[in-house]
Design a protein around this ligand. Structure first.
Ligand code: SF4
Length: 456
């Protein structure tokens, strides 16, 4: 890679805040409700960001800390909030994620929860605190931290069984459903965490449900230590937050770390792993989908080679998108992530070793830095979330939307990019975006060329 730049985040952030990722992870647990120990504004922001992306009613409670609690402590508020949430939602699992304020105040959540459960009748309710100070990480780290803490809370030594643990990073509900379909087609029994494929993307039911059905059951999480193996889609997941590594270290569950199955090579890696685990060949359905993907790659490669993409967003998704672009001849111009604890460079280096031109890598980047790099490298297409829309508005670089948040288009939750079928859908979106940009500026470019040559 030509260079790695790190600068302070200061203009149009590329990532969202740490507890927000924790909220999403808790929404993937059956019967769960989540509470932010912080100000009203924090939970409102997290609710709004999630509602705009998932287009579902999403409840996030708050302990509503204000100036007074900042001085005297937030225990009273937290207990009152817990009373209200338990009365109104009747959750089986209650996640508490901390905000910057609560962490700066040094709130001892574990002690407060112990005190609360001694004072009140909380039988049948599991209250799980997760430390998510936003100054220590982005929503990516918050998602991993909550997933790891959920497993640490419920997992107990158990009899060995044949099921597989599947741990996902923050992806769309459509991608979760695709990963589940692939495991089903391979005939494997599994427990996927966190499964928000139904809770955050619900079929129309006509009635608002305070806690929607779906999600990973606590019984499944408790059984994870007895699994044959853990498949974790998390090459960039930091060790200290890794749920799969936790299961390996605490209970000896073999860990298989894979990239997100986006792109031909990454999906092939998943299929090889699943064939090994199941002892079965690739089912005909998946073999056909692989063939259609190869056909699509052959059809579109002559257009894709003109792409100079800027790829930005969460590290795991960025890594997978880089792989997809490289195998389709679109050499990335800029690769960027807003997060800090990432292994992105380490993971990207071997992938990019043979690239004709080294891309600019930006870590802990804001959109201003990404725009600047896009301009200097003459990028002509972007892959990422709605936060980068100024790339289009100011520089005319079209964006293939993927990741989180997508709030200026509908259907972010339904974007399918995983597996052979998802990769083909993603590739078509990418190629068509390039073609649209090309044809919409074609006449003007020809005119400009003729003027330059003195033809007009
Ligand atoms: S960054 Fe901190 S203060 Fe801002 S919404 Fe997130 S937790 Fe609240």
């Amino acid at each position: 890679m030509s260079e790695t730049r790190v600068r302070q985040v200061n203009e149009n952030q590329c990532q969202m805040c740490m507890p927000l990722g924790g909220v999403v992870a808790f929404k993937g647990i059956e019967g769960a409700m989540v509470l932010v120990h912080g100000s009203q504004g924090c939970s409102t922001y997290m609710r709004l960001a999630n509602v705009e992306h998932y287009n579902e009613p999403i409840d996030v409670a708050s302990s509503a800390l204000n100036e007074k609690q900042t001085i005297y402590g937030g225990e009273k508020n937290l207990k009152k909030a817990l009373d209200n949430v338990i009365r109104v939602y009747e959750p089986k699992v209650l996640g508490i994620v901390t905000s910057c304020l609560a962490e700066t105040m040094g709130e001892d959540l574990t002690r407060m929860i112990e005190s609360y459960t001694r004072e009140r009748s909380t039988e049948g309710i599991d209250i799980i605190p997760v430390a998510t100070p936003s100054y220590a990480g982005s929503h990516t780290e918050g998602f991993w931290a909550a997933t790891r803490d959920l497993i640490a809370y419920f997992a107990r030594p158990t009899e060995p069984h044949q099921r597989i643990n599947v741990i996902i990073p923050h992806i769309s509900p459509a991608d979760i459903r695709e990963i589940k379909r692939i495991f089903d087609l391979m005939g494997l029994e599994y427990m996927l965490i966190p499964d928000y494929s139904m809770t955050l993307d619900r079929p129309f039911g006509g009635r608002y449900q305070k806690i929607p059905p779906g999600g990973t059951s606590t019984a499944d999480i408790a059984a994870m230590p007895g699994a044959r193996a853990t498949v974790q889609f998390g090459l960039t997941c930091p060790d200290d937050l890794s749920p799969g590594l936790y299961l390996q270290k605490q209970f000896g569950v073999p860990l298989i770390t894979l990239p997100l199955p986006i792109g031909l090579q990454n999906t092939d890696r998943l299929m090889e792993t699943l064939q090994r685990l199941s002892g079965r060949p690739l089912p005909e359905t998946l073999a056909l989908e692989r063939g259609w993907l190869l056909d699509g790659m052959a059809d579109s490669h002559k257009y894709n080679a003109e792409g100079r993409p800027v790829i930005y967003g969460e590290p795991e998704l960025v890594n997978a998108c880089v792989s997809l672009c490289l195998e389709n001849g679109a050499i990335p111009a800029v690769i960027a992530s807003g997060t800090r604890n990432s292994r992105l460079e380490e993971v990207l280096t071997p992938q990019l070793a043979d690239a004709d031109e080294a891309p600019v890598l930006l870590e802990e980047a804001d959109i201003a830095a990404i725009s600047e790099a896009a301009c200097t490298t003459k990028a002509n297409i972007a892959i990422g979330h709605s936060g980068g829309r100024s790339l289009t508005e100011r520089q005319g670089i079209p964006i293939v939307r993927v990741g989180f948040p997508i709030h200026d288009r509908v259907g972010g939750q339904r974007l399918l990019s995983a597996g052979y079928a998802g990769t083909l859908a993603f590739l078509d979106r990418f190629t068509n975006t390039l073609l649209e940009a090309k044809y919409s500026s074609y006449r003007q470019q020809r005119k400009d060329e003729m003027i330059t040559r003195g033809g007009i």
